[in-house]
Design a protein around this ligand. Structure first.
Ligand code: HSE
Length: 395
């Protein structure tokens, strides 16, 4: 039997406790031994909760208990959670986490620490909620040279955009629903301003290209500037507005990582990813294109990924999974503003004026111009046109 603990009894932590309990027998078979939940750390009381007797307010109980081998970190953020995780890894305990902020800002450092102490630091739940994508990217697709990873990485914003398109819902009402369903971050600005997707791009980029990318190296635009005109212009061209996080290798061999609302054509698999679902496209020189799809947020889907990591850690208590990446290299990063992409621009200018400034274009039925040739965002912004919206098109 192996004893485990959970840090944080919020949405994800309580989901992990539930999955560990309701699937106890299945997990014992899959992990090769019984997984027994010994502690749950939280500052709050939970009177009458079935897990009440597991509750501790003292992190040291877990840190200094030699029976506890694997810990699920579900507190979130990169302050107290980071301090706890560092101590756990240094004490030789394996950690599984759903904490994208911590991995995006300290992933390299934590993987080095895990390596030094021969323990696992696993974080499948940090990207795509319940969708298995990081392990496939790190292990199953290791035979590829990855050229791009692009995805709908935030369930809350995808839910809002879907409600706006399909039900003409108001932005604020859709956001409130996403919050009520437990999808949104504690501060939903992290969702709607793109920061949550940005953190996930950092993690995907590190696994795809082997070098840490910090959030401030990712050009990030959320969905607050999306208007009904954008949604209509996209629909008139058989496209949908989707918030995409992308990291790709440029023709010059640099890595460019960005989050921006895109126009996604009906021919793309991502067009069909709606509501709280996430979809992540991986392009590689052997696989071609693969897409990972599923529930990108929510209590039990996220818990599913955390518990999967805990089982993996139980299998690798002695010999850690070989997972790491290099420290960030700012010289290897390209500026998003210089990346040539297909674009739609909405502007007060005429087709002739757009073509004179940016080359051949097609007028969309509900407004906006689809530029025929890829151009950089910098070129569009320096074109002198009065711009209402500038949206890359995903191809
Ligand atoms: N707030 C996040 C989302 C939770 O909406 O996708 C999952 O990371």
């Amino acid at each position: 039997m192996v004893q485990v603990a959970i840090l944080g009894f919020g949405t994800v932590g309580s989901g992990v406790a539930e999955v560990l309990t309701k699937n106890r027998e299945i997990l014992a078979r899959k992990a090769g031994q019984e997984i027994s939940l010994k502690y749950i750390l939280d500052t709050r009381e939970f009177p009458g909760n079935p897990f009440e007797e597991k509750l501790t307010h003292n992190f040291e109980d877990i840190l200094h208990d030699p029976e506890v081998k694997v810990v699920a970190e579900c507190i979130g953020g990169a302050t107290i959670a980071l301090e706890f995780v560092k101590k756990l890894l240094a004490a030789g305990k394996h950690v599984a986490t759903s904490n994208k902020e911590m991995v995006a800002t300290h992933g390299h450092e934590l993987l080095e620490l895990a390596k030094a102490h021969n323990v696992n630091f696993l974080f499948e739940a940090s990207v795509g909620g319940g969708i298995p994508v990081l392990r496939p990217l790190a292990f199953d697709l290791a035979g590829n040279e990855i050229t791009e990873v692009a995805g709908i990485l935030n369930g809350t914003t995808n839910y809002i955009l879907t409600e706006m398109l399909e039900k003409d819902a108001a932005f604020d009402a859709a956001l409130k629903e996403a919050q009520a369903m437990g999808y949104a971050e504690r501060n939903p600005a992290a969702d709607v301003e793109g920061l949550d997707a940005c953190r996930k791009v950092c993690i995907l980029s590190a696994l795809a290209f082997g070098t840490h990318v910090y959030p401030d190296q990712v050009s990030t635009e959320g969905i607050t500037s999306i208007s009904a005109e954008d949604v209509e212009a996209a629909a008139s061209a058989h496209m949908k507005v989707k918030l995409l996080g992308r990291t790709l290798r440029t023709p010059a061999g640099k890595v460019c990582s960005f989050v921006a609302p895109h126009f996604v054509p009906v021919t793309s698999q991502l067009y069909h990813v709606d509501s709280v679902f996430n979809g992540i496209v991986v392009r590689g020189n052997a696989i071609g294109e693969a897409m990972f799809y599923g529930p990108g947020a929510g209590k039990l889907p996220t818990a599913s990924a955390v518990v999967g990591d805990m089982i993996d850690a139980v299998w690798h208590l002695k010999e850690r999974r070989n997972l790491d990446w290099q420290e960030a290299d700012p010289t290897a990063m390209a500026d998003f503003a210089d990346l040539a992409l297909p674009y739609v621009v909405r502007t007060t200018a005429s087709l002739a004026e757009v073509e004179a400034a940016l080359g051949e274009a097609t007028a969309l039925a509900a407004g906006g111009y689809l530029l025929k040739n890829p151009v950089s965002r910098r070129a569009i912004e320096e074109s002198g046109l009065t711009l209402l919206a500038v949206r890359p098109v995903f191809q």
